[in-house]
Design a protein around this ligand. Sequence first.
Ligand code: GLN
Length: 192
Amino acid sequence: MLRIGVLALQGAFAAHRQMLEHLGAGTVAVRQPKHLAGIDALVIPGGESTTMSKLAVSTGLFDPLAEMLTSGMPAFGTCAGAIMLATHIADGRTDQRDFETLDIDVRRNGYGRQIDSFETDVEVVGLEAPFHATFIRAPIIERTGPGVQVLARVGQNAVFVREGAVMATTFHPELGADDRLHRLFLDQIGRN
Ligand code: GLN
């Protein structure tokens, strides 16, 4: 059985665990470095990336996680989790750290205040029917590197990307009952 570590420092980790377990995967709430032993992949949930960064550093999780991600551990980051995986963050805090494992540049809260939260149906490469996506103070992906595949867009903006074994969405696929993106993630673990 796959063991998926779900970073559980802050944010929407419970919904991810529920969805993954429903799909038959084992999950581990990652709160301390000892929880990293034996995990096959990592999910970084939505929440607040500045807080998550601070807690990852203070718990001692940041460096071992960065090392595992650099070594190619599969990962799925959603919203704040996408920010944590990005190469570069615009409008972050000056002391904010991220894992720089996915070659994208993101702007925090990129949709601004007026439409800081919205829902829309997105066409996803490889899925037959659109995915109903919920965006909550979402980042905007401002650049994708040459190795990054864009799997969904809203207007001009990439909202779902993949590079090798690392996937990220700027929306929240763990909310609601549609588990197709979690299925895609579980399917691709071990294939890269
Ligand atoms: N705005 C948040 C941040 O900067 C992300 C919001 C979310 O994860 N829903 O981390």
